[in-house]
Ligand binder design. Structure first.
Ligand code: AHR
Length: 669
């Protein structure tokens, strides 16, 4: 193992806004110093507690979300019925089965309304007590049944005979177990909504189940929006899955960037996130196709995003459609773009307006009279890949937004020249080595341009979720973001969610590998990267301390060829770190990432403070192999553990475990 001495940091130069230090911009060995290969030199990390080089952005750690990998449908959104409104209708009612032997067709002549313009006609003319006939739905790769749980089932229906009763039942797929059932005494000959509760007894949790609705007397019944909700987070109607919300809450995220990502743009203009079609009663929302290849009911629409923010005390970072869709359709700046700009202004008013405004009143009518706070807004997504007209489109949005909402921070998704955006959104999807090789990339970024929002980033190693190698790359990268969080004011990993029920093949539940949180119908789990984020997001101070290092071990890495040219090999660091301090409590949070497969004994030297208490605490995430991971079967294989640490002082030595991420809490008061 080679030793390399690298002077890491920006020190106080950042404060003086002149970069005079010798901070390397990469881990390239050009700075190889005199003591390279000194075998006895052990790595040394220095913290100057007398030198605060910046403020940790209070909004540094947040979430980014979109409908991908069945993030909401079959994920966070509590609905358990798949294709509840039959809007996925390639000629037949996909994801629906029959009970008994009725004739079932999609009927466009009996729509519920103009949004849900098709219904399911069930001709149950042979139905009897002994041979019931009806429909069944197996949910998103299963329907979770838990003990002593109350479910709310509802559906719109009409029949050819208003005396016709229906039974609603939660049943195992093999039909052997009826977990709960309820009767609707009669179905009107006009469309009506029917609701029942289904309460399970003390049963084993399972998910190989279906919801059945069937008749025991002959006749014809039409259905629309068949819904089944388990208890939701905070028992909110049309709400969220509690286990996933609790995983998110543990991250203490400060903001939510929504809705996407590609999901904002859609494959066509028609399939963009058209926010006005995602609000109001759920039966008035037509839904739309996500660019990730499946249908979104938009049951989780604009208001639900905002309520999600409210539930987890996150600031909304609202992304507005900017006139470009992924298939290449785009709107030329000028009069053609004006209606889309107006849509964005209306959207801001829906979020922030009081009830005297048109869209604020609409929000109140939708159930939320109080305006939501909104500090920043993003125009588009990844427009550096998109039509060259972004500068013009951005300018038109920027001017209109600033004219009405001068305090709103406006984020650009690509460099623009006509206006100066308040923030610029930068995205990074990289290998572990690439992430580590670039972990110091912001140390030398001049502080003269816009602030940075790292709106999507991930070390893409591991599937469906990142493994420990991914977590190590992520943690190395996060030390760089935290150290530079005077510049990087917000950052969010992506993608956030994956339904792990069907990872490959047609109709799969995963469209993008390496996602932070996995789940099936019944349970959910955090990846090693998730736990790294919990550690970083919940344990940091508000002051960035000056640091330096010597004798950091390195390993050789061969970057991939670019356009047929193979770059020279690089030496990449094996230890990454940063230090922040909480001004009030005096706790220094020293984060150390050891990406090597061997334990590293490290000297830690702290100057600029008269006190380091001998007793502290360490929170450690470690694995025995970089491939180690968590899964639906082993959800807590890699989780952080907390230990007391003794014998701390201004100079101490600690052995950092192989493949580990450590947060050391040092008390200075
Ligand atoms: O996170 C997955 C996708 O990656 C996002 O939708 C898009 O913005 C990026 O290219």
């Amino acid at each position: 193992m080679k030793k390399l001495s690298l002077s890491l940091f920006v020190i106080a130069a950042r404060l003086a806004s002149a970069q005079t230090d010798s901070t390397p911009t990469s881990n390239a060995p050009e700075a190889a110093p005199a003591d390279t290969n000194a075998p006895s030199a052990i790595p040394a990390l220095q913290i100057d507690a007398g030198k605060v080089i910046g403020t940790v952005s209070p909004t540094l750690y947040g979430l980014m979300t979109e409908e991908i990998n069945y993030s909401y449908e079959g994920g966070l959104y509590g609905e358990l019925i798949r294709n509840r409104s039959f809007m996925v209708n390639p000629g037949w009612p996909i994801y629906w089965q029959v009970v008994g032997n009725p004739s079932v067709v999609l009927d466009r002549n009996q729509p519920l309304n103009s949004a849900l313009n098709v219904s399911l006609k069930v001709d149950a003319s042979a139905a009897s007590e002994k041979a019931p006939e009806g429909i069944a739905n197996g949910g998103y790769w299963g329907i979770p049944v838990r003990p002593d749980t109350t479910y709310r089932a509802s559906f719109y229906s009409k029949s050819d005979n208003s005396h016709r009763p229906l039974t609603v039942a939660l049943v195992s797929t093999n039909g052997k177990t009826i977990f709960a059932s309820a009767k609707v005494p009669s179905i009107s000959s006009d469309w009506q909504k029917y609701s029942v509760t289904l309460k399970t007894k003390n049963v084993q949790p399972s998910m190989d189940n279906v919801l059945e609705i069937f008749a025991t007397t002959p006749g014809t019944i039409w259905f629309q929006q068949v819904s089944l909700f388990p208890p939701t987070f905070d028992n909110q109607p049309n709400g969220f899955r509690p286990d996933i919300m609790e995983l998110l809450a543990a991250m203490q995220p400060r903001f939510l960037r929504f809705p996407g990502g590609n999901y904002l743009e859609g494959n066509t203009i028609q399939e963009r996130f058209d926010w006005k079609k995602t609000i109001g009663p759920v039966e008035d929302r037509p839904g739309h196709k996500s660019p990730w290849g499946y249908w979104s009911t938009d049951g989780l629409g604009l208001l639900e995003y905002l309520e999600w923010c409210q539930d987890l005390h996150m600031q909304p970072v609202l992304a507005v459609y900017a006139g470009y869709s992924l298939g290449g359709q785009h709107i030329t700046p000028g009069p053609d773009l004006a209606p889309y700009v107006q849509d964005a202004l209306d959207e801001i008013e829906y979020v922030t307006g009081d009830t005297s405004t048109k869209w604020g009143a609409k929000r109140a009518k939708d159930g939320h009279p109080a305006p939501f706070p909104l500090g920043c807004l993003e125009v588009g997504n990844e427009d550096y890949n998109r039509a060259s007209e972004y500068d013009g489109r951005f300018t038109q949005f920027y001017d209109a937004i600033k004219a009405k909402y001068s305090n709103l921070q406006v984020i650009a998704t690509a460099p623009v020249t006509s206006r100066t955006p308040d923030l610029i959104d930068e995205h990074y999807y990289r290998s572990q080595e690439d992430m580590e090789a670039n972990a110091l990339q912001y140390d030398k970024r001049p502080r003269t341009g816009p602030k940075v929002f790292v709106g999507e980033w991930a070390t893409r190693v591991g599937s469906p979720v990142p493994n420990m190698a991914g977590a190590l790359g992520d943690a190395a990268w996060m030390t760089g973001m935290e150290r530079n969080s005077d510049l990087i004011v917000m950052a969010s990993y992506a993608p956030l969610f994956v339904n792990v029920s069907k990872l490959t093949g047609q109709d799969r539940s995963m469209q993008w590998t390496t996602d932070l949180i996995g789940y099936d119908a019944l349970t959910s789990y955090g990846s090693p990267s998730y736990y790294a984020q919990v550690m970083f997001g919940t344990m940091h101070g508000n002051e960035i301390l000056a640091t330096d290092s010597q004798n950091i071990p390195t390993r050789e890495w061969q970057p991939r060829a670019v356009r047929g040219r193979t770059p020279p090999p690089q030496q990449i660091r094996q230890i990454f770190f940063d230090a922040t301090r909480d001004r009030q409590s005096g706790i220094i949070y020293l984060k150390v990432v050891n990406e090597a497969g061997a334990a590293q004994t490290v000297n830690v030297q702290i100057t600029g403070t008269s006190t380091i208490q001998p007793d502290g605490e360490a929170v450690v995430l470690a694995a025995s192999s970089p491939e180690d991971t968590n899964s639906i079967g082993q959800p807590r294989n890699i989780v952080p553990h907390t230990e007391e640490v003794h014998g701390l002082s201004a100079h101490f030595t600690r052995e950092f475990l192989p493949y580990s991420i450590t947060v050391l809490k040092l008390q200075t008061k």
